[in-house]
Design a binder for this molecule. Structure first.
Ligand code: PPE
Length: 306
């Protein structure tokens, strides 16, 4: 999905013009995948743009940095404020927000410790990651032949840039085979997650999602959906899933900031069918929440003009 340029990008404490937001070709992270990043969304509300769970995302960025022993030069509060400012100055009603902390130019080699940590935050309007049609009617999934990175190979709790090579292999494999998105199993053969989303199945009225020990990222959408579902009176369990649990699901959907809530129509050509009742209810409530229409979850919204 093409990036739509906006006005300014926050780089190391300054707002610079979009076209000037450049890095050197010998930037450490370009060579070794040594960055950490976040994906956040701001939505239009009746009180102007609101960022969904901003502080939680920035805390996760800090946690990701800690996992790689990267010293973040800005506090959580500073980055929360910088994000709000970047959304505000770009005059966007709704946008995707991409903060990244990376190791800059000046050192090369596999010892990252001497490298300077740089941080930038860009925002741009970004439609539904798997398409509006996918959000409405569901997507076709393929279980990947690539396994999710084992947590003892890479700390998968971190949103580390290098970790996403694994996701890209799975994504390309699925697309070339004619599917929309991939599901990755972990080294034990249990379902972990999708390339950039967590997943849920519904069986006999119960929502089940793989535990974090499966190697799935602790998704903020996942956590939000678990809270919303329980508040709606739907039972939610974290449990290991086999690929056959996907095939035999009554309903299934994936969750992520970029993708939002997307029903699965089929997995490996086993039909799940039209989005089910629980999926629809979760989708509907989630979209109401992010647009500030559900008072109960108002603490999840950070109004940039407040
Ligand atoms: N798993 C992975 C591997 C992942 O990258 C994401 C977010 C999630 C689960 C869901 O997490 P959360 O957004 O907190 O609910 N993926 C981000 C990047 C996607 C991309 O394609 O780039 C995102 O959704 O912004």
């Amino acid at each position: 999905m093409p990036i739509q340029a906006t006005d300014k990008i926050w780089m190391d404490g300054e707002l610079v013009a979009w076209d000037e937001a450049r890095v050197h070709v010998l930037t450490h992270t370009l060579h070794y995948g040594s960055g950490v990043f976040e994906g956040i969304r701001a939505y239009p509300t009746k009180n102007g743009p609101a960022v969904f769970r901003l502080t939680d995302h920035i805390k996760r960025l800090h946690d990701s940095a800690d996992l790689f022993l990267m010293d973040m030069p800005y506090s959580v509060d500073e980055l929360v404020e910088a994000t709000r400012e970047t959304v505000r100055v770009n005059n966007v009603e709704s946008c995707y927000i991409r903060p990244i902390a990376y190791l800059g130019y000046g050192e090369m080699g596999l010892n990252p410790l001497p490298c300077e940590v740089k941080v930038s935050i860009a925002v741009w309007p970004w439609g539904s990651y798997l398409g509006d049609e996918g959000v409405r009617n569901g997507v076709r999934m393929k279980v990947s032949s690539w396994r999710r990175i084992d947590p003892n190979v890479n700390p998968v709790a971190a949103k580390g840039t290098g970790i996403y090579v694994n996701s890209q292999l799975a994504k390309v494999e699925a697309l070339k085979a004619g599917y929309d998105e991939a599901i990755l199993l972990n080294t034990h053969g249990f379902v972990a997650e999708c390339t950039g989303e967590n997943l849920f199945v519904v069986k006999n009225g119960v929502m089940i999602t793989p535990p974090l020990s499966s190697g799935a990222l602790e998704g903020i959408t996942r956590a939000s959906v678990i809270t919303i579902a329980r508040d709606l009176g739907v039972e939610v369990r974290e449990d290991n899933l086999l690929r056959s649990d996907l095939y035999l699901a009554d309903e299934a959907f994936l969750t992520g900031t970029a993708a939002e809530i997307v029903p699965m129509r089929s997995v490996d050509d086993r039909e799940i069918g039209d989005p089910g009742e629980i999926t629809r209810k979760i989708q509907e409530t989630y979209f109401a929440v992010v647009h500030g229409e559900e008072d109960r979850y108002k603490d999840w919204l950070d109004y940039v003009n407040a």
